[in-house]
Design a protein around this ligand. Sequence first.
Ligand SMILES: Cc1cc2nc3c(=O)[nH]c(=O)nc-3n(C[C@H](O)[C@H](O)[C@H](O)COP(=O)(O)OP(=O)(O)OC[C@H]3O[C@@H](n4cnc5c(N)ncnc54)[C@H](O)[C@@H]3O)c2cc1C
Length: 388
Amino acid sequence: MSGLKVAITGAGIGGLTAAIALQQRGADVTVYEKAHELRELGAGVAVGGNGARIYESLGLRDAIAAIAGTISTINVKTWRGEPLPGYRPPFPVDQTYPLHRAEFQRLLASALPPGTVRLGRECVNAVEDEDGVRIDFSDGSQAHADVLVGADGIHSTLQSVVGPKTAPVSEGIMAYRGLIPAERLQGVYDPTDWSMWVGPRQSFLIYSVSAGAMLNVVAFVPTDLEVEESWSAPGDVAALAAAYDGWDHPIGEIIGTMDHTFRWGIYDRAPRKTWSTDHITLLGDSAHAVTPHLGQGANQAIEDAITLAVLLEHARPADVPDRLRRYEDLRIDRNRQVREGAREAGALYRTTEFTPPRQAERIVAVYDRLELNTYDAQKVAENSLVTL
Ligand SMILES: Cc1cc2nc3c(=O)[nH]c(=O)nc-3n(C[C@H](O)[C@H](O)[C@H](O)COP(=O)(O)OP(=O)(O)OC[C@H]3O[C@@H](n4cnc5c(N)ncnc54)[C@H](O)[C@@H]3O)c2cc1C
């Protein structure tokens, strides 16, 4: 890359991964983050096979493995505690890294040269000019770049600069989330198990993060309420316990060790027709929010990040509009399929429609169809350049 100047708004998982991949390919990158500090926010987020291969190529896989939770076995059971017949683990345990989001975010930020991430810089607008793009911040300051990447999350500001904003689409469910110190569950639950219980209209997931020190709980329940699309809205542990009354015995004991829980309204967005203008593009949740049932929120942002970095390598400023269109072409359909797959998996986990073996077969088929363990976004992007 001939020193292309790239500005990224948002120091989330997508923005930071894009910054690392672009910087390793010679770009002059700055990340502008509206938060004044990278605070302890969020709970579990998983890097799967498709994301792990990208961190391998960025030289970060070992560092990520060191902060990941441990998975020795994957158990999917019915709400009564019976194994789901015919279910085979759809992802390999040695290529899956369950992480505490804040630790992961800090690790990615520390992989960038000092000064790359500018905190307390909220982007409020962007205007293209003949040399690239001017970025306006809420404090009245401005910056200029050849390319602007909006990695500014589900409530993206740059989305409306690129095209009409897409509205959240509810799945009619919400999740209670929480973190539990692993020592509280000694004798109750093996912290190296990745376990999911599935039942009529509900499911309960638990796995370890923070190098095994914490367990992450995500409990999906139906809701008729407008639940906030928030990572930090407080929930009620007693209501969570009531929702799982009568389920397999460890669940009640696990909930009994929780001090607090958060409510998370489950939404995604209809696919966008376009992500880019000549010098501005979107990445991660700002481009394509998905539901969490395949653990693909972060992984899709990671696939976007490597795709964009490969396409911008060796690009001159004059090549940028074409490269952004190629990026969109490579990513839009992939994200549409993953969004549909995530919705399908969510419905399958909580279905009353199929027998358990049929349910298991269909869940595994979604993973296989989307090649979540094997998809190589870097290679796909590199191959697309062969035709240039
Ligand atoms: C606080 C928080 C907690 C989360 N917790 C979880 C979790 O527990 N489990 C899970 O699966 N997923 C969680 N997610 C979502 C998950 O990180 C994303 O789905 C996925 O990683 C894709 O990330 P992204 O980089 O596209 O967006 P995000 O991770 O949402 O990052 C977007 C970043 O952009 C910043 N930003 C927003 N607007 C502006 C602006 N105008 N100017 C500059 N910066 C801006 C935000 O502060 C944020 O740091 C969380 C996201 C956030 C923001």
